[in-house]
Design a protein. Structure first.
Length: 240
């Protein structure tokens, strides 16, 4: 893969920002094989960047890193920056997902506020001559475990709490050189691939705008994040 556009920095994929350079340098990821580079960056975003709702989808990667939390789109911005910093080609694949996927994560009293079709994306990474889909980094391990404990009798496809998977007990979320998914079963529209998130959001916009966007940014997302933290905390409490 020699196409430079899959390695470029952009306004959103700001991998030359000091915080991102410091992370990569301190963890010594640049010394690793491509397989290990992908795995380290992937599991950092999956495991150490908690699932949560940022102010907007088109945040810069460095801002997502500073926030310490994100959802499909914002975690995707960060993981793309890490991949490109590590000279791993990547691109964005855009979709929308069904509203019911958010039930549970979004409190019932705010569910009406959610768009019927939610802007969604995953990241495609070029590895060993093929594009591999990476979506399984969205939900952090403690939140996933809390949902698994709550729905331990789930059979077949599960949808809710930011998850849409054929098997809640053993979702395909760990990097093993193949595609990973955690929301794939909720997809209802496919917008195709884009060189970077800047292109995608310029064309399709973000999930909320106007008064609804302001309410979400300054009030509602904080209530949603509080609810997510409470769900995650139940796993910790179950260990005591």
């Amino acid at each position: 893969m020699n196409d430079a556009k899959y390695l470029e920095a952009t306004k959103i994929i700001d991998f030359n920002e000091p915080s991102i350079e410091k992370l990569v340098t301190e963890r010594k990821w640049e010394r690793l094989s491509d397989y290990e580079k992908i795995g380290k960056a992937y599991h950092f975003v999956k495991d150490e960047i908690l699932f949560g709702y940022n102010a907007e989808d088109n945040l810069t990667a460095s801002r997502v890193l500073k926030d310490g939390y994100g959802q499909c789109n914002t975690k995707g911005n960060l993981i793309m920056a890490l991949f490109r910093k590590l000279n791993i080609p990547c691109r964005l694949h855009g979709f929308t997902i069904d509203k019911p996927l958010q039930k549970g994560a979004i409190p019932s009293y705010l569910y009406f506020f959610t768009p019927a079709n939610i802007i969604h994306s995953w990241v495609e990474v070029y590895f060993q001559g093929e594009w591999i889909n990476l979506e399984g980094f969205i939900i952090d391990p403690k939140l996933l475990k809390s949902v698994q404990l709550k729905h331990n009798n789930s059979k077949g496809t599960f949808s809710g709490f930011g998850i849409a998977t054929k098997c809640l007990a053993e979702p395909n979320v760990d990097w093993q050189g193949k595609s990973t998914y955690i929301q794939k079963e909720g997809i209802n529209n496919d917008f195709g691939v884009y060189d970077n998130p800047d292109q995608f959001y310029k064309f399709y916009g973000t999930n909320l705008s106007g008064i609804r966007g302001l309410l979400y940014r300054y009030i509602l997302r904080h209530l949603i994040n509080l609810n997510v933290r409470m769900i995650r905390r139940k796993f910790t409490q179950s260990l005591n």
